[in-house]
Design a protein around this ligand. Structure first.
Ligand SMILES: NC(=O)C1=CN([C@@H]2O[C@H](COP(=O)(O)OP(=O)(O)OC[C@H]3O[C@@H](n4cnc5c(N)ncnc54)[C@H](O)[C@@H]3O)[C@@H](O)[C@H]2O)C=CC1
Ligand SMILES: O=C(O)CCC(=O)C(=O)O
Length: 630
């Protein structure tokens, strides 16, 4: 229990609950029919006019009650429904209400008949609930309200709070202008505009604080709360036009998310990354050492793609920044494009199509072959390579593959021991190696010379793995009969002009790095990566992290969780446990995962800790990052 000498005045509708109770009552009482929607709309309109102070509250109440046609009996389902509609963060922080029971009041322009039973479950007794009361006729119909109650009057909350004559600092938490006026009149000391359910500009503009949930309110007041750091304080910057679903998932979770359409150059990113906890990128954004050094809050980088060499993974790790990617979400899209391009190349479709666009009819079988029975050479037999292998075989191609890692053949595919062997046998060579920097210019003049005369070449992996000059030469000399290229050594940060030496060459299909750009893939990625991010932020899980010791954690039950990332040097675990023992903290679970450079230890504690523990754990030599959950 924290002694504060404060009084907390809560509004009810859209603050303690997610809804306006009279709107819910209207849903219950109005019979389905053509006029129902119209009446509901009218009620909501009148509610908003009253809340924003555009009509007097008395008028708003009178007009709504007339439209409602409710009875005493309707209040029973209303209460049941409202119990299901408590604001999420209010529900999460029930303990705050229990611990401060004596100091919490509800002042509402709603009605005690439905407020009392709801807030009783939050330890707020009827005598500390100030609200209107209904008038009923003998048959139980609601026919009006007690007009002598100050709360039925315009700005009645001011008089109500004045009459209470409370001692100590008075804080008002509400979503409407009628809550703010208590502060304006000088009877309340602070007004918190509560925006978890609705953001009312007029209230927010006048607030001392805007609080998107109760956690933030408790954080600002330094009061115990369900989560140590309110999610709205976690800033997420999404670049490169990642699918809007990612924005939605992360915003729904309560994070503060910003979405930009393009990649940012290093200098600009170094500025923009300050204060950012989570960075979301695709393949264009270079997360360099300088960017990572400039990042003062960064916890996670989410690569909304497969490749991760655009990120300095080592520096990220050393700085305690976890990186996730989406290793499978766009695999199928790349495979389908590869198949399509192989067929288009083998049939010289682009040449024929261009001729027609130019007004020429040139029907010919010249340079047009089926893919059936042809040899497909896949370099890089990973997720994409293997899936391509299966689909190509289904089209009757004979599949050969080469991989530096030992990969088992799928179907009837034949493994080549050397790259030369594969190049010599393939009618189509397709590149699906990973984006490891060591693969720079992996295919060059020598490799093109080792290919079959008239072979076609496809690159959907990374631009830098192919020597473009050598590819241009192989195409110009007709060593190759065609090529499809989706990726380039230098790619622009945003849509606009683009130049490559491959432009204008015959039977060359050029696409702007869209192998993984399908609606399906982008939607899947927008689901997968945010889940990984949220799992790490909310519980510390690093499963599938690409640069960090992987650890799958059990969900903690009524425990505080300490996350400690440190240099992997001897003795750190002992020091952590020494500090915990010194403060007599009982460890309910402890999990450790290390690699050669960093250690990641997660400790669950079943007892409250104080800030000294926090400081001492942070001060242990070798600590890279320390974070507390709950
Ligand atoms: N164009 C686009 O939009 C997209 C491009 N990609 C690119 O495709 C690449 C492959 O993706 P996945 O199949 O998911 O990766 P993966 O990691 O599952 O497979 C890559 C395979 O290449 C092999 N490999 C690496 N270097 C090699 C070398 N020098 N010689 C032979 N084999 C080598 C690896 O051992 C591995 O089996 C990604 O790294 C990314 O660069 C991925 C998705 C979309
Ligand atoms: O879609 C993107 O931004 C990049 C796709 C890609 O190359 C990858 O997933 O590695």
């Amino acid at each position: 229990m924290v002694e504060t000498n404060r009084k907390y005045i809560f509004d009810f509708d859209s603050t303690l609950t997610r809804v306006e109770a009279l709107d819910v009552l209207a849903e219950i009482t109005l019979k389905d029919g053509s006029s129902k929607a119209k009446v509901l709309e009218e009620i909501q309109h009148i509610t908003n006019l009253g809340i924003d102070g555009d009509i007097s509250f008395t008028e708003s109440l009178e007009r709504r009650i007339q439209l409602l046609r409710a009875t005493k009996g309707d209040l029973v389902p209303l209460v049941q429904q409202l119990k299901q509609k408590i604001s999420k963060s209010i529900e999460e922080n029930k303990e705050f209400f229990r611990n401060n029971a004596e100091d919490i009041y509800v002042i509402s322009c709603g009605f005690k008949e439905f407020i009392d039973p709801i807030v009783a479950e939050y330890d707020i007794p009827s005598e500390r609930v100030f609200a209107n009361t209904f008038k009923f006729d003998a048959a139980g119909n609601i026919i009006g309200f007690d007009e002598t109650n100050v709360l039925s009057k315009h700005n009645g909350k001011i008089d109500c709070l004045k009459n209470l004559d409370l001692e100590g600092e008075v804080q008002v938490i509400g979503d409407g202008y009628s809550d703010y006026v208590m502060r304006e009149a000088g009877i309340a000391d602070k007004f918190f505009a509560y925006t978890e359910n609705v953001h009312r500009t007029k209230a927010a503009d006048n607030a001392d604080y805007i609080t998107p949930n109760l956690n933030e309110f408790l954080y600002v007041n330094n009061l115990p709360r369900k989560i140590s750091y309110p999610k709205n304080r976690i800033k997420i910057l999404l670049l490169e036009n990642v699918h809007p679903d990612a924005f939605e998932h992360l915003s729904e979770e309560g994070f503060s998310v910003e979405l930009l359409k393009h990649a940012l150059p290093e200098e600009e990113l170094m500025e923009r990354i300050k204060g950012v906890h989570v960075l979301g990128i695709r393949s264009k954004t270079q997360v360099t050492k300088k960017v990572l050094e400039a990042a003062d809050r960064l916890l996670v980088v989410g690569a909304f793609c497969i490749g991760t060499t655009q990120i300095d993974l080592e520096t990220a790790k050393k700085n305690g920044v976890v990186v996730f990617n989406a290793p499978y979400s766009n695999t199928r899209s790349v495979v389908e494009l590869a198949i399509g391009q192989i067929i288009m190349l083998k049939r010289s479709i682009f040449a024929r199509s261009t001729e027609i666009h130019q007004g020429k009819w040139f029907k010919t079988a010249l340079n047009s072959q089926e893919v059936r029975g042809k040899n497909l050479g896949i370099i890089g037999y990973g997720n994409i390579g293997k899936q391509l292998s299966v689909l190509a075989e289904a089209m009757g191609m004979r599949v050969y593959y080469y991989d530096i890692a030992d990969r088992l053949a799928l179907g009837n595919a034949t493994k080549c021991k050397t790259l030369e062997e594969l190049l010599a046998i393939s009618d189509v060579v397709t590149l699906h190696i990973d984006d490891n920097k060591a693969n720079k210019n992996f295919i060059g003049e020598q490799q093109f010379s080792q290919m079959r005369d008239g072979a076609v070449f496809v690159n959907l992996s990374r631009g830098f793995v192919v020597d473009i000059k050598a590819l241009v030469a192989a195409l110009q000399s007709k060593k190759l009969s065609g090529a499809a290229v989706d990726v380039y050594p230098e790619e622009p940060r945003s849509n606009g002009a683009f130049k490559t030496e491959l432009q204008g060459l015959e039977n060359v299909i050029l696409t702007p790095h869209i192998g993984g750009s399908t609606e399906e893939a982008q939607r899947d990625i927008a689901d997968f990566v945010p889940n990984k991010i949220m799992d790490y932020i909310n519980s510390g899980n690093t499963v599938d992290a690409v640069n960090f010791p992987n650890i799958r954690l059990p969900k903690q039950q009524n425990a505080h969780r300490f996350l400690h990332i440190h240099d992997n040097v001897p003795g750190i675990m002992a020091k952590i446990n020494e500090v915990l023992a010194k403060y007599e903290l009982n460890i309910s679970g402890q999990y450790l995962s290390t690699d050669s450079e960093v250690g990641y230890v997660i400790t669950d504690l079943d007892k409250d800790y104080n800030d000294d523990v926090f400081r001492e754990l942070k001060a242990i030599k070798g600590t890279i990052r320390f974070r507390v959950l709950y």
